[in-house]
Design a protein around this ligand. Structure first.
Ligand SMILES: [Zn+2]
Length: 226
């Protein structure tokens, strides 16, 4: 999506910057690279931004851009389905934390900058520990110490099944869910523009000038022939 926005207000311009950045990043970088690009376009500095804080920002950004929250569908073994709303207001806030490892130092939670350029495998894990070590701790940090400082929203979501009462654990990764959702939104926007240009012969500037909701409705009419 490289079109220029026309007739848009400041909020839509900011949205456009985020989505245009993601459109440019989707083919040429990893999920981490895409998240960093999106957060940068939204006005944050990911280098020193804790991943835990970034996950909450991603949820807020998703709400701003789509008007809704992510609601993964959770399935119990008994066949019951439930949804959980994942919003910046429904998840616990991140706490800036450092695990104290004896006197002299500890381990802090990772920021996005710490995750860049890590070697693969165990040497990557060791390097991440080194980067997040604060001071000179008495005990060398171990990978398990991250559990004490990690508030990122990746891991099992545990809930009680409303039908059978069983405790169900469901793996969730907010970073992946938000990115997937934003890429779907990008595809929808491009689809609507394509449909309107094909159906009415409007040029891209005229289509871009329409509010997104209106584009969506007109494209649905055009597809449905209504
Ligand atoms: Zn159940």
């Amino acid at each position: 999506m490289t079109r220029t926005p026309a007739g848009t207000g400041p909020a839509e311009l900011a949205e456009f910057a985020v989505l245009a950045t993601l459109a440019g990043a989707r083919e040429r970088t990893t999920e981490l690279g895409q998240v960093i690009a999106v957060l940068s376009a939204a006005g944050h500095d990911p280098a020193d931004l804790p991943v835990a804080t970034g996950d909450r920002l991603l949820l807020a950004l998703y709400r701003d851009l789509t008007g809704q929250d992510i609601e993964p569908v959770l399935t119990c073994g008994c066949g019951e389905f439930s949804t959980v709303r994942l919003g910046a207001d429904t998840v616990p806030p991140p706490r800036p934390r450092t695990a104290v490892l004896g006197r002299g130092g500890g381990l802090r939670q990772p920021a996005y900058g710490d995750l860049l350029g890590l070697p693969p495998g165990e040497s990557g894990a060791a390097e991440l520990l080194r980067r997040c070590t604060v001071g000179h701790p008495e005990r060398p940090p171990e990978p398990g110490d991250f559990e004490a400082v990690d508030d990122s929203l990746a891991g099992p979501l545990v809930f009680d099944c409303p039908a059978c009462g069983a405790e169900v654990s469901y793996p969730v990764d907010v970073q992946t869910l938000v990115l997937r959702g934003l890429l779907t939104l990008l595809d929808e926007l491009d689809h609507d523009v394509h449909v309107l240009a094909s159906a009415y012969g409007w040029d891209l500037a005229a289509i871009d000038a329409l509010p997104r909701d209106r584009r969506r409705r007109l494209a649905a009419f055009a597809v449905g022939g209504g």
